[in-house]
Unconditional design. Structure first.
Length: 485
């Protein structure tokens, strides 16, 4: 499923740099401009230009809530006798002479960076206009003391055109989402200019008005799929050139190993995106999108649906079950009075359940998995009280030992198999204690799992059996429903 509204909320609340910080950035850059103009920096300034993610409108909020980067180009006339390094050296001196910036600036290869601690960094890069009487733009590489041709306006215009072809600002939205994926997963290396250029090349004039860009999740699936297709055609690192400077190859940022890793990770994430998009069950689809983008995706849905799970079942029961129309209790009391028939099959699927990252073994290698639950007074492995049934009313402060077996009762030995457990709580008590859970968790040494009985409500325990030799799921149990009074 697409969940267009959830993607819109995710972009607004989590991914996009918030308006307050954008306005503060604008104020800060104007102050930097004023400081440079008021300094004794020699070059004549002919203009300014936002550059990078800021100019391209693909800037995102730092995932660690730390500093973000913004780029500012200052266009200057050539100064006779100056080499490339002189422009950045003297710009550094000019800013250092200002009391506001003297302790905030540092020179890098192409720019001088002004750092606002725990907020942002503004990179100010000199760009020399028409050096040597030629119509051209050059940035200054201090490290090599060389001038380097650049076309920032044309490159930005190219990205603006890609965004127009895709419509509804979808190219920018998708670029932000993929940059967020890069930063939240930290599983691949790709600079922002390289990533943005790769994505830009995946869109063309034929896409204007296309259903392939009907909304944000559809555009994400389209662009990500095209990127993966292109990568799979290139076994070794390809060139990714500036569309207006063919000799500028952004992929030189990659080592061969980094490219191979990027190619593999994008292929995996493409499979995950397709799986989440095509999943027809709402809760499972949300869970699969959360596997890609993390727990901040649909976080409001998770809290609300976890907390209200019991209320929704009881409300539906009152509407559909004549003898329950006047019932005033909660879910636990409803099951004790009317039985498990009131629980829909969909109750076993919660949107905050972590989607398993392992691939399934072929169907002919799948085995049935059953979960058994043994009641204990504590988790010290002492004499068990008894085996319990699903939805048997249980008292808090006891423990359950869960075991996964084949349908014929045979255990899954820890030498050959790993049993991962997904314990998902529901209802108000667990939600109020921030304990809805739903993540995949490791077993004890014998593949069993201890759980304490704490929160009133109906909770779900599932077992995933992973074959160790190929890391494939060979079986998954139905959810064992635990009811705590």
């Amino acid at each position: 499923m697409k969940h267009v509204d959830l993607f819109n909320d995710f972009l607004k609340d989590t991914v996009n740099l918030n308006d307050t910080r954008v306005k503060e950035l604008e104020i800060s850059t104007e102050a930097i401009k004023d400081a440079i103009r008021a300094s004794d920096w020699t070059p004549h300034i002919s203009g300014w230009m936002e550059q990078g993610s800021w100019a391209h409108k693909t800037i995102i909020k730092p995932v660690d809530q730390g500093e973000f980067d913004a780029d500012l180009i200052v266009f200057v006339s050539p100064v006779d006798g100056w080499d490339a390094a002189k422009y950045t050296d003297t710009l550094l001196d000019a800013l250092k002479s200002n009391g506001t910036y003297k302790d905030k600036v540092k020179r890098w290869s192409h720019c001088v960076t002004v750092t606002y601690a725990n907020d942002k960094k503004v990179d100010v890069a000199p760009c020399v206009v028409n050096r040597g009487g030629l119509t051209r733009l050059d940035v200054c590489n201090h490290d090599s003391n060389q001038f380097e041709r650049t076309e920032p306006r044309l490159y930005t215009d190219w990205l603006v055109q890609r965004n127009a072809y895709s419509g509804s600002n979808s190219f920018r939205k998708v670029t932000r989402l993929i940059k967020y994926l890069r930063d939240i997963k930290t599983r691949f290396t790709c600079s922002s200019v390289l990533l943005t250029t790769i994505l830009g090349y995946r869109i063309g004039p034929a896409d204007e008005g296309s259903d392939a860009f009907a909304d944000t999740p559809t555009a994400l699936k389209t662009i990500f799929g095209r990127m993966d297709d292109w990568l799979q055609l290139n076994l070794t690192k390809p060139a990714v050139t500036n569309p207006y400077l063919n000799y500028e190859n952004f992929s030189t940022d990659w080592t061969d190993e980094q490219y191979a890793n990027f190619r593999g990770k994008i292929h995996t994430y493409r499979e995950w995106i397709d799986d989440a998009f095509d999943e027809e069950d709402r809760s499972e689809s949300i869970a699969k999108w959360r596997r890609i983008f993390g727990e901040d995706f649909a976080s409001g849905v998770v809290i609300n649906e976890g907390k209200s799970a019991g209320q929704l079942v009881v409300a539906d029961m009152r509407r559909t079950l004549a003898e329950a129309s006047q019932f005033g209790g909660d879910l636990v009391e409803a099951i004790k009075r009317f039985g498990e028939r009131i629980l829909p099959a969909s109750f076993n699927r919660r949107p905050y359940m972590e989607a398993p990252p392992w691939k399934k073994a072929p169907a002919n290698q799948q085995v049935g998995v059953t979960v058994r639950a043994i009641l204990h007074r504590n988790n010290l492995g002492t004499q068990p009280v008894r085996e319990v049934l699903q939805l048997e009313p249980l008292q808090p402060s006891h423990w359950l030992l869960f075991k996964a077996t084949t349908n014929t009762g045979l255990p899954f030995g820890s030498g050959e198999y790993r049993v991962m457990w997904r314990v998902t709580n529901t209802d108000e008590a667990a939600a109020s204690d921030n304990a809805l859970r739903g993540k995949l968790e490791k077993p004890e040494s014998d593949n069993s799992r201890w759980e304490s009985l704490k929160y009133r409500g109906v909770h779900l325990v599932e077992a995933f059996v992973i074959r160790k030799r190929d890391d494939r799921i060979i079986g998954k149990s139905e959810a064992f429903r635990v009811m705590i009074e």
